[in-house]
Ligand binder design. Structure first.
Ligand code: PMP
Length: 454
């Protein structure tokens, strides 16, 4: 049999795709990428794309940041790999934990490393299950999250994820409970104010705790702004309404900051932007500016004290990954935090977020088929609508957002369809001219597709 020749054929022959619509790949082929420059990536045909999704939200410093590459190279030269088991860990791991606690909203705390956001969420759940058993509450295992939330793909994190597609795996596991998505525009009832909607969300939480029993619940886990659910900021006052309820029942509030953390919302943490302090933070993605696969659980003072006491008693926390606290990952993360916080990247997001919002709002105003613009910082979504006034979506069979994203790709702009929304979450290094390029290509794609379907 002759060897397949093109990159596209070779990709399809030997690689499995995750989260990919196969009919679309069969029709359009695979984009095989070779390298990047700033916010652009290049394919094997030499075509250039402005990646307005920062890879998967994570390549916030762009695709060729010299300082990050040099930090990785230097650490590979010095000590290219080690674990964090058996009472040993690298000096870089020690330094990164100090740094993460320093930049966290906690006065003190402890850090545990994973290779991904999913594993960090599973680790958090295992920590709480371990802790609750050690404290004599083995029944406290349920985890509350929200419909549309995305927390990952491993068994617990997929169960936490509030998306119907996990049914194909027979998930969620029992005891993973999904509350209403706090998306006022979509979930608000006719005549209900945003404040009343928030009160209803809080009441639902209160009722759920009463129904399930507070002593059976291990945690409430929430992204400050839902990312892969379609960029959904919480309704006004949401976290201020739910946190006192959780506190009253002794249920930890865990912030999944995998997307929001390190600058995406304009501050170091999404919880800072939405003015609450959680009991623990889940971090990944921007943590290494996407230059190394790494996740972290950052425990606040109460959970770290209680977990440390439980571990002392049992004498071991039997959990960890071969590459937990990998020295190269830690060296890159230390550099990435410095780059984002001290080299003007987070500042860029703060300064240019209003420009991004304004540009997208103008696109919305010029179109008859955008129902909502929502977002914060450098994470935004435009929701396509057949009839914005009545919030009527397009027929799902039209695959409107996929067609918009495909048209964007043809124009040299990568953006992401999520439900009927188009998501834009560019690298923090995006210049004003590059932002204009993003607006111009996006609007051309929207006009073309809406002319075909509306
Ligand atoms: N939590 C959130 C909020 C995420 O957006 C993601 C990834 N998109 C994850 C967890 C899972 O991270 P990973 O893909 O690294 O496992």
């Amino acid at each position: 049999m002759a060897q397949p020749q093109s990159w596209e054929q070779r990709a399809q022959e030997y690689s499995m795709y995750g989260f990919t619509d196969l009919p679309s790949v069969h029709e359009r082929g695979t984009v095989v990428l070779t390298h990047g420059e700033g916010p652009y990536v290049f394919d094997t045909n030499g075509r250039r794309y402005l990646d307005s999704n920062s890879g998967l939200w994570n390549m916030v410093a762009g695709f060729d940041h010299r300082g990050l590459i040099d930090a990785a190279k230097a650490q590979y030269e010095r000590f290219p790999g080690y674990h964090a088991f058996f009472g040993r860990m690298s000096d870089q791991t020690v330094m990164l934990s100090e740094k993460l606690v320093e930049v966290s909203p906690f006065p003190r705390g402890k850090v545990f490393y994973t290779n991904s956001g999913s594993e960090a969420n599973d680790t958090m759940v295992k920590m709480l299950w371990f802790l609750n058993r050690a404290e004599g509450r083995p029944q406290a295992r349920k985890v509350l999250t929200r419909v549309n939330a995305y927390h990952g793909v491993t068994i617990a994190s997929a169960s936490m994820t509030g998306k119907p597609y996990n049914e194909v795996f027979g998930l969620p596991l029992d005891g993973f409970i999904h509350l209403t998505c706090p998306h006022y525009w979509r979930e608000g009832r006719p005549g209900e104010t945003e404040q009343e909607f928030t009160v209803r969300m809080a009441k639902e939480l209160e009722d759920t705790i009463a129904r399930e029993g507070a002593d059976t619940i291990a945690a409430f886990v929430a992204e400050p702004v839902m990312g892969a659910g379609g960029v959904i900021p919480p309704s006004k006052g949401y976290f201020q309404a739910i946190q006192p309820i959780l506190q009253r029942h002794g249920i930890p509030l865990i912030a999944d900051e995998v997307i929001c953390g390190f600058g995406r919302t304009g501050n170091t943490w999404g919880c800072e932007t939405y003015d609450f302090v959680p009991d623990a933070i889940i971090s990944s993605k921007n943590l290494t500016a996407g230059f190394f696969p790494m996740g972290a659980v950052i425990l606040g003072p109460e959970l770290s004290d209680r977990l440390s006491a439980a571990v002392e008693e049992i004498e071991e926390f039997p959990h960890g990954f071969t590459a937990s606290g990998h020295p190269v990952g830690c060296a890159i993360a230390l550099k990435a935090i410095d780059v984002v916080m001290n080299e003007g990247l987070a500042e860029n997001v703060r300064r240019l977020a209003p420009r991004m919002e304004e540009g997208l709002r103008q696109i919305m105003q010029r179109s008859s088929n955008i129902g909502e613009l929502r977002g914060v910082g450098y994470m935004w979504a435009l929701e396509a609508c057949l009839d914005p006034a009545s919030k009527t979506p397009f027929d799902a069979s039209l695959s409107v957002s996929e067609r918009i994203a495909n048209t964007c790709t043809d124009l040299g702009l990568i953006c992401r369809p999520l439900g009927q929304s188009i998501v834009l979450c560019p690298p923090f290094i995006l210049t004003e001219a590059q932002m204009d390029e993003m607006f111009e290509k996006l609007e051309r794609a929207l006009n073309k597709v809406f002319a075909e379907v509306a």
